[in-house]
Write a protein that binds this ligand. Structure first.
Ligand code: ADP
Ligand code: MG
Length: 397
């Protein structure tokens, strides 16, 4: 689960990390008061969306000004004016996709003097099963670009959970960032703070970009992107409360309410599969035969008729979907139960696109017979490869 920059900063402040003073604004008429609570002489007006690259982004509506979603203001009234221009507009950045995201919240922040912009992040490294640090002198730009053009400018290492984090790790980062004197001390403290916050709150990503050095040599977290392990949210009600559902894909949101593992993608073939591994294989084979999956969906081992119906509703609500492939392995679940679930779903939701069903496992013959006798226009797939070819052919002709 992702949260907004201002929420991430409030959380970091609670752990003692250096962040600027700021106010969140939901309505344009509150912007002036919020900006007036800070001294200036520089205010930074920042669009709050769950995507980075705001500074270099642009709005779909010209009234929002041609500059991006992070703007420097020289007075309280200018800050209020920028906030008014951005609220309710659609910001397009490198990370939002061409449709962009509507700005519903603005963060007005104290402006900082910047001597250097650095990069610092923590994330779960799945290959080592450890928390890794990523640090670079090239802050304020996308780390992917740095990794591509100048990989030697990135330091990365993981922390052994048995021995834990020590000052050594912080010093290693400080020296790789070219820090000296008091900045080194601040870096060591910050690294500790970020690590503590990361572990305590079950984050899976914490990115500070940029981490700045002020002309006086002080460190400050000027931007923060934070994401949390969804499976651990049950033990962090304070974090769960930060969820902003308007930032999420409505289909993914509906799926999460029914405990379905669903990720929206850009392709044309909707997939309903049980088991994450089989779902991945199904997406792969669709691509192999020349089409693109519209989603990842694992309905889980104990899929009920109700769950299958909900899954169908979500898949068919996507206007990009031109065909559906159901690929279910009946293990604990029996194929006849699944077949009945699929038919019930089709009857309730209706079917406007071709549907291929491939069943395998317990009671498979009975399951296939139920589908054959249903009178519905369902194409049966004999195996995974056959089913994938059939749905691609039905969609692409
Ligand atoms: P994004 O990564 O979405 O573009 P950032 O918060 O990183 O948004 O802001 C982009 C740039 O704007 C930063 O790299 C920094 O140069 C500048 N900036 C952001 N916040 C402040 C601030 N409080 N004071 C001064 N400059 C800022
Ligand atoms: Mg940034």
């Amino acid at each position: 689960m992702n949260i907004h920059e201002y929420q991430a900063k409030a959380l970091l402040r609670g752990f003692g990390a250096p962040v600027s003073d700021g106010r969140v604004v939901l309505r344009a008429e509150d912007a002036k008061t919020a900006a007036g609570e800070m001294d200036g002489p520089l205010w930074v007006v920042k669009a709050q969306i769950h995507a980075g690259g705001r500074g270099k982004g642009s709005f779909l509506e010209p009234e929002a000004g041609e500059k991006g979603g992070v703007r420097l203001a020289r007075s309280v009234s200018e800050a209020a004016e920028f906030a008014r221009q951005m609220l309710g507009r659609t910001l397009v950045t490198e990370q939002t996709g061409p449709a962009g995201k509507v700005v519903n919240r603005i963060y007005i922040e104290d402006g900082s003097d910047i001597a250097r912009e650095l990069y610092l992040a923590l994330l779960i490294d799945r290959s080592t099963s450890r928390i890794s640090f990523v640090a670079s002198t090239e802050g304020g730009m996308s780390i992917e670009d740095v990794a591509h053009a100048t990989p030697e400018k990135i330091l990365t290492f993981s922390v052994d959970p048995a021995s834990g984090l020590s000052d050594f790790h912080g010093r290693r980062i400080a020296f790789s960032l070219g820090l000296t004197g008091n900045s080194v001390k601040q870096c060591v403290a910050l690294v500790k703070t970020l690590y503590k916050a990361f572990v305590e709150k079950d984050m899976d990503m914490l990115e500070i970009n940029p981490l700045i050095v002020t002309p006086a040599g002080d460190l400050k977290c000027l931007d923060s992107k934070m994401s949390f392990d969804g499976n651990a949210l049950y033990r962090h009600p304070d974090v769960a409360a930060l969820r902003d559902e308007t930032e999420e894909d409505p289909k993914e949101l509906a799926a999460s309410k029914f405990d379905l593992n669903y990720i929206a993608l850009d392709g044309e073939i909707g997939c309903m599969v049980n088991g994450a591994g089989l779902a991945m294989a199904t997406m792969d084979i669709i691509k192999l035969y020349g089409a693109e999956p519209a989603n990842f969906l694992d309905v889980g081992g104990g899929a009920t008729k109700e769950k299958v119906t909900e899954a169908f509703k979500i898949i068919t609500s996507d206007p990009k979907v031109k065909g559906i492939l159901v690929n279910i392995f009946g293990g604990i679940m029996r194929c006849d139960v699944i077949a009945e679930g699929v038919l019930a779903a089709v009857k309730e939701v209706g079917l406007k696109v071709p549907l291929v069903v491939r069943l395998e496992g317990t009671n498979v013959e009975l399951g296939k017979e139920i589908i054959r006798n249903s009178g519905l226009d369902v194409i049966a797939g004999d195996n995974l490869s056959d089913a994938a070819q059939k749905i691609v052919k039905a969609v692409k002709g």
